[in-house]
Each structure stands twice: as structure tokens, then as C-alpha cells.
Design a protein around this ligand. Structure first.
Ligand code: PMT
Length: 402
């Protein structure tokens, strides 16, 4: 693992976990990262800038109004310099200010002025973490593509026990290293499908499913981080395009996704089907809103949608094909059946149900290919996607070498 010459801006906000950020600077520098520290004014009540200056070997900035520091490296220059911004600890206050787009100090201004991916490592009392205001702020940041690292659960400095502990320095260092990817898909064209499809019944109703798109978007981001040229075909979701993804095609129905994926896959090396594609569509789409028929009931005639993966595998020349299988029971059997039946190279199976697979922030996968399998235990979707991409890259290279 190396972070050689990687430029990481570490934001330290006010919280007792700031002491762990001293260790974090050391761990990042062990991997040869170039670390610059920006503290909020509150953070200076917990630690002195001199401590971080000694550890990072760079001057530490606190104020937007420091004329001398601005003359050396202006805040816009610093915002451009950063390849990653990591705020650790991220207090409830800074999460709220970020969520609302405030720029009332140096750190929040830098976050707005920088195009670098932003990661936050929350640290606060468990009650503050559970508060509806913090939940809403986290959701806003997550929707905006901010990477959430932790928090962990356990004993807290205030004596409480619960969720809100900042991750350990080595975990944050590993997350930073992982965020730069390993180049395992460098030079390859990868198409990823994500999200649900909507099959319209009339102008106001549709048949859909519970996919949020988070898993597929995380896979697209992980593929981009691994160096691939990524096209993301997205069903109707409200997620921002992940950093590094070259092209995004938005579709609504399974038929549109079918056309878009086949088109985009013509020159692709790998296709990863993480979308939850509707199996059926209404035979007839009413031009007007269907009216209630006073107890007469309503039957919908449905036709089967073409299977995107099967269409691709039927082609004489096709990309390396990775399917997903979403199952409520008998996961391994159904997944292995789909692997064979759809002519896939790999399949990633997940159990879905209440709080599982769909919509959740984390997931677990069982991955199968012709002569192997691997369990990827429960983890946040971005981390799981990173592990899946590493496995896909290995199997892809082996298939092309053989
Ligand atoms: O989006 P999230 O909320 O993060 O949830 C993630 C997820 C649960 C949706 C994801 O991890 C997942 O499992 N995606 C596949 C869901 C699915 O449709 O599984 P399936 O078992 O019905 O289909 C198997 C495979 O065939 C899938 O790769 C699917 O994309 C593909 N398929 C299905 C139908 C169709 N007409 N064409 C297809 O290519």
C-alpha cells in the first residue's frame, strides 16, 4: 500500500477524537502522503496547530483571514492542490455546515472551493449522531457523493456507549489508500448498470422496485478508481454521478436500459449488471390516468422484458459478463443457476429483504465464477464494491490470459 506523493488535505474539527488525528497524520506520512492540515477554530481548543505542524512537516492553517498564510498559498490554491479532503474528526457542527453549503471558515470554504472527493469521519456523542438533524445532514452529504467513513460503535469519551466513535487512524489511512484505487482495470472500458427500472402503467403509475442504485454507483466508482473508462447506465435514481465516471446514460424502462447497455457494450471489455431490471412490463400503457372502477378490480397483462445479460452473452463477441443476483432465499443455488443459464463469467449474489441489499448503506456478497467462489462479508457498499472490482479484475485477466 502506498500513498506516495498523494496530496491529502486533513481537516480537523472540534472534538476530543482530534487526538486520534495526530496518529492519522503519522500513518498517512508512513505511506509517503503529502499531508496538509487545516483546523477549525474549535479544534484548536483540543490541540495546538504546532502539534500538527510538527507531525505533518507543513504549516497548519486555521483562519481564512491569515494574510501571511494566504500570501504563501492562497485558500483557492490549497483547494486546487488537494487530491482528497478528509475531515477527521467531523463534528455534528461541521457536518451541518457542510450540508448547508456554508463557507464561514477556512475549512468549509475549502470544501466548497475544491473539486477533490470529500470524506468525513464523524465523531460525536451517540445521541447527537442519532439526532434527526444529524441523520438528515448525513443523508444530504451522502446524496451529494461525500464519502462517509464510520463512525464505529463502542465506549465514548463522555461515558456513553453507542455509535459515534471515530474510526481508528489505520482504518482511515486504509480508506484513503483505497480511494486512489489500484489501477487493476487501467485501460479497460467498463459498462455498469445500476438502479431500478420503471415500467409505466399510465402517466402517473409504474411498476418499479426498491433498488436505490447505491450498489451499482459504488461499483461504477470503484471501477473508475481502478483506472477503467466507465460508462454508467442508470435507472431512475437520485444519486450524483460518482467522481471519475466518464459517461452516464439515464434511462427509465427495462427496454431503454436494454438498448443503452447493448449500445455502450459494443466496445466494452467488461459489463457489470448491478441494475434491478424489471422482468415484466404492461402490454398496454394508458395515455390517460386510469380511473377507479368502483369495485370492478383491475387486471394488468404483462409481457416479459428481454434479458440484457442473455442478449449480450448470445453475441459471438461480447464483454466479460458479471451479473448480480438478488434473492430472498436459497441464494447460492439461484445465483449459480443464473451464472450458467445467462452465460455469465461471474455473478455476485446478495440476499435481499427488509433492510438487506436494497436501499441499505451496506451489503454482503457471495461471488461465484466457473471454478471459484469468494465471500465478501458485510461492509459499506463503496468498500464492498472495491473488493468486488479487485476480484473481477483478477478473473478478467485470468480469462484473457488463458
Ligand atoms: O440499488 P441498491 O439499493 O443499492 O440495491 C442493490 C441491489 C440489491 C439492487 C444489487 O446489489 C443487485 O442485486 N442487483 C441485481 C438485482 C436483480 O435484478 O437481480 P436478478 O436476480 O433479478 O437479476 C439477475 C441479473 O440479471 C442482474 O445482473 C440483472 O441486472 C440482470 N437482468 C435482469 C433482468 C433483465 N431483463 N435483464 C438483465 O440483465
Amino acid at each position: 500500500m502506498s500513498l506516495a506523493k498523494r496530496r491529502i488535505l486533513l481537516g480537523v474539527s472540534g472534538g476530543i477524537a482530534a487526538y486520534k488525528s495526530c496518529e492519522l497524520v503519522r500513518r498517512l506520512r508512513d505511506l509517503d502522503a503529502d499531508v496538509r492540515v487545516v483546523m477549525t477554530e474549535s479544534a484548536t481548543h483540543f490541540l495546538s496547530p504546532t502539534t500538527f505542524q510538527a507531525l505533518s512537516g507543513q504549516s497548519v492553517r486555521v483562519s481564512l483571514w491569515d494574510a501571511q498564510a494566504e500570501a504563501a498559498m492562497g485558500h483557492i490554491e490549497l483547494a486546487r492542490w488537494a487530491e482528497r479532503i478528509l475531515i477527521a474528526p467531523a463534528s455534528a457542527d461541521i457536518l451541518a455546515r457542510l450540508a448547508h453549503g456554508l463557507a464561514d471558515d477556512l475549512l468549509t470554504t475549502l470544501c466548497l472551493a475544491s473539486a477533490a472527493p470529500l470524506y468525513v469521519a464523524p465523531a460525536m456523542n451517540q445521541q447527537m449522531w442519532a439526532h434527526a438533524a444529524t441523520r438528515a445532514n448525513i443523508e444530504t452529504l451522502r446524496q451529494r457523493g461525500v464519502g462517509l467513513l464510520g463512525p464505529a460503535s463502542g465506549d465514548q469519551a463522555c461515558g456513553d456507549v453507542g455509535s459515534g466513535r471515530m474510526l481508528e487512524a489505520h482504518e482511515l489511512r486504509d480508506a484513503m489508500a483505497a480511494s486512489f484505487g489500484d489501477g487493476s482495470l487501467a485501460g479497460l472500458n467498463v459498462v455498469v448498470s445500476a438502479g431500478p427500472t420503471y415500467e409505466d402503467i399510465d402517466p402517473v403509475r409504474f411498476i418499479g422496485n426498491r433498488s436505490s442504485g447505491r450498489m451499482g454507483f459504488a461499483v461504477a466508482q470503484a471501477a473508475a478508481l481502478a483506472g477503467a473508462n466507465v460508462t454508467l447506465v442508470a435507472g431512475p435514481v437520485s444519486l450524483p454521478t460518482p467522481a471519475g465516471v466518464a459517461r452516464r446514460i439515464d434511462v427509465r424502462s427495462a427496454a431503454q436500459m436494454h438498448v443503452a447497455v447493448l449500445d455502450a457494450s459494443a466496445l466494452a471489455d467488461i459489463y457489470i449488471g448491478a441494475a434491478a431490471v424489471g422482468d415484466y412490463r404492461p402490454n398496454y400503457v394508458s395515455a390517460h390516468k386510469l380511473k377507479k372502477r368502483d369495485g370492478a378490480g383491475l387486471s394488468l397483462q404483462l409481457s416479459e422484458n428481454p434479458d440484457i445479460l442473455t442478449s449480450l452473452s448470445a453475441k459471438p463477441v461480447h464483454p466479460f459478463l458479471v451479473g448480480f443476483a438478488a434473492e430472498t432465499h436459497d441464494v447460492a443455488n439461484y445465483a449459480q443457476h443464473k451464472l450458467r443459464n445467462k452465460g455469465l463469467d461471474m455473478i455476485a449474489a446478495n440476499q435481499v429483504g427488509e433492510g438487506l441489499g436494497f436501499e441499505a448503506d451496506d451489503n454482503a456478497l457471495s461471488v461465484y465464477w466457473a471454478d471459484g467462489a469468494i465471500e465478501l462479508p458485510r461492509a459499506a457498499k463503496p468498500e464492498l464494491a472495491r473488493q468486488l472490482i479487485t476480484q473481477i479484475a483478477q478473473c478478467y485477466r485470468a480469462s484473457r490470459a488463458g
